[in-house]
Design a protein around this ligand. Structure first.
Ligand code: SF4
Length: 177
C-alpha cells in the first residue's frame, strides 16, 4: 500500500483539536507507518503542499483563513473538518452575535488589559464580517465534531482512510461539545 500524504491546518481555533491529535500518543506510530505528515503547525513548511488527507481545525474568521482554506481545498484529496469550530463555528463564531466593528472595539479599546487603545490594521489579517464554518467556504468530505474531538475518533477516521476504507460516522461515535 502506498504511503499517504497527511496534513493539518489551523484556522480560527484554540489549538485544542491539534492537542487531541497529539493525544493519539503511541498510535501516532501507527499513523506514521502509513503516512508522511507533510504540513502541520509542527512542520516548518511555508507553502501548503499536495496532500491526500487534510484535517482542518478552526472556523474561517479572517481573510487569510478564507484564502488559505481555498488553497488547501485545491491541493487536498480528502478534507476533514476537525472539531466543533470547523464544523459549526462554535466558540470562534461567538462574535457573530455582534458586528465585526463592535468585536474589535471590545477587544482592542474597551478590554481592561488593553494598553494602547488602538485597533491594529496592519499586523492582523482583516476579520470577515461573519465567522463561517469550513463547509460554508469549501467542500468538506468528513465532519468530526467535538470540542475537541476525542483521540479515539480521530484515530478511527485516520486509520480507516489510511487503509483505503471509508469511515462510518453516525450517532454512535459522533458528539458535539
Ligand atoms: Fe478549541 Fe474546541 Fe474549537 Fe477545537 S473545537 S479549536 S478544542 S474551541
Amino acid at each position: 500500500m502506498s504511503r499517504k500524504r497527511l496534513a493539518t491546518g489551523w484556522m480560527g481555533g484554540c489549538s485544542g483539536c491539534h492537542m487531541s491529535l497529539l493525544d493519539l500518543d503511541e498510535r501516532l506510530l501507527e499513523v506514521a507507518k502509513l503516512a508522511d505528515i507533510v504540513k502541520s503547525p509542527v512542520v516548518d513548511q511555508k507553502e501548503f503542499p499536495e496532500a491526500d488527507i487534510t484535517l482542518i481545525e478552526g472556523a474561517i474568521a479572517n481573510e487569510e483563513h478564507e484564502q488559505e482554506i481555498r488553497n488547501i481545498r485545491k491541493k487536498t484529496g480528502i478534507l476533514i473538518s476537525l472539531g466543533d469550530c470547523a464544523v459549526t463555528g462554535n466558540v470562534t463564531a461567538i462574535r457573530n452575535q455582534v458586528t465585526r466593528e463592535a468585536a474589535l472595539e471590545r477587544a482592542y479599546i474597551e478590554a481592561p488589559s488593553n494598553i494602547n487603545g488602538l485597533i491594529p490594521n496592519e499586523e492582523i489579517a482583516p476579520l470577515l464580517q461573519r465567522v463561517r464554518p469550513v463547509h460554508e467556504v469549501v467542500k468538506v468530505d468528513y465532519y468530526l465534531p467535538g470540542c475537541p474531538p476525542s483521540a479515539d475518533l480521530i484515530f478511527y477516521v485516520l486509520n480507516e482512510l489510511l487503509n483505503n476504507r471509508k469511515p462510518v460516522l453516525d450517532q454512535t461515535n459522533l458528539k458535539y461539545g
